[in-house]
Every structure is written in C-alpha cells, then in structure tokens.
Design a protein around this ligand. Sequence first.
Ligand SMILES: Cc1cc2nc3c(=O)[nH]c(=O)nc-3n(C[C@H](O)[C@H](O)[C@H](O)COP(=O)(O)O)c2cc1C
Length: 218
Amino acid sequence: MDNPTTTRGSILRNSVILGLFAMATVGLIAVTQQGTAERISEAQRRVQLSALNEILPHEQHDNDLLGDSFSVDDYPQLRLSDARDGYRARQNGEVVAVILPVVAPEGYSGRIDLLVGIYADGSVAGVRAVSHRETPGLGDKVEIGKSQWVLEFNGKSLSMPVPENWAVKKDGGNFDQFTGATITPRAVVKAVYQSLEYFADHRSILLQLPAEESTNGN
Ligand SMILES: Cc1cc2nc3c(=O)[nH]c(=O)nc-3n(C[C@H](O)[C@H](O)[C@H](O)COP(=O)(O)O)c2cc1C
C-alpha cells in the first residue's frame, strides 16, 4: 500500500510541473503572437510605403510622405472602420496632393482597402489596392501587380467623366469591368468617386489653405 504522504508529495510535484509547463506554453504563445503581429504590421507598412511612392513618385514632391501624415477622423465618410492616416505631398511647403485611405465595402469578398491620391486640382493622381480578399484570377485584377486596371483612374475627376459615367461599362459607365467579374471593379469605382467627393468637401482643410482662400467657396 502507498504511503499517503508520498502520494500527496507526488501529486503536488506533478501539479507544480504541470503549472510551470502551462505558464511556459502561455508565455511562448504570447511571444510568438507578438513577433507575428510585429512582422505583419511591418509588412503592411512596406506595402503602404510602396503604394504611396507609386501613387506620388519622388519627383512630384519634396517632403517625406510617411512623415507628413494626418488622421482622417471623420472616417465613416470614407467607409473606414476607424481613424486612419492620410498623407500630404508638398512642393516648397505647399500641399500639391493628398493620399486618402478609402474602403470599398462592397467587394465580392468584403472590404477592399484602397489608397487614393488626389492632386490639389481634384484629379486622381493614382489608386492602389493595399488589402483585399478578392478571388485570384477574377477580382484580384484590382492589384497593380495583376493588371493595369487601376491606372484607368489616373487624371479622372468629379466632372471628367460626368457623374453618370462613374460606373463600369456594363452599368453604362466609362470604366472597364474584368472578364467574369463585375462586382469588384463596380465597388472600387464607387469608392474612388466617393473619395473625390470627400476631397471636394474638405479641400481647404486637406490642402491647408490659408483662411482667406478657404472661405472663397473652396
Ligand atoms: C468562386 C467565384 C469567385 C468569384 N470571385 C469574384 C470576384 O472576386 N470578383 C467579382 O467581381 N466577381 C467574382 N465572381 C463572379 C461574380 O459572382 C459575378 O458573377 C460577376 O462579378 C458578374 O457580376 P454582375 O452580374 O453583377 O455583372 C466570382 C464567382 C465565383 C463563382
């Protein structure tokens, strides 16, 4: 028969070992999670930076875009789920363009995160999809690495084409759809148009125009 004192000692020892093992596991998971989160956010930062530089190449501004950010606080207008950073491009201190974070919520597989660059005159400098879950071979043509489709937006504005033509061709508009995939481009066209409207509504603040100029109907 076992000695009760020895049995209790053995249970206690095993409990302590189990407890230590559980603590070590939790610690390891926490460290791994933190490392993964840091790697993901670093990867996202790199995608963001490369998109910014593609939309507004160095020769179009003399400031550091990442260092000249502002918070888009009225984010619901751009369909963002929280406040995100926008960026100003400057030449000799004057804001020549802004890059806005915008969400197209009606993608085939949900939200498509976009960056939309807009020159001070209200025309599109460039559009890039920075995150999406659209189908490879169909909706993923929204990515510049997969097709040149997003370049169709360059130079467009609220009046060119006229508002009725801010739609895919299948809906009577000016923008191409993808073969077998209309939902993705339809969602992106709508979101880019909305970002131009947002820019027009907030132009003086976004461009940091002096008070006098900003009251002149801009
Ligand atoms: C598995 C699967 C994945 C699809 N992925 C996309 C997609 O990523 N983007 C898209 O626009 N359409 C996608 N489609 C096609 C859409 O269901 C739809 O038929 C197409 O966009 C045409 O839309 P429309 O009838 O409104 O013009 C997919 C269809 C299937 C069956």
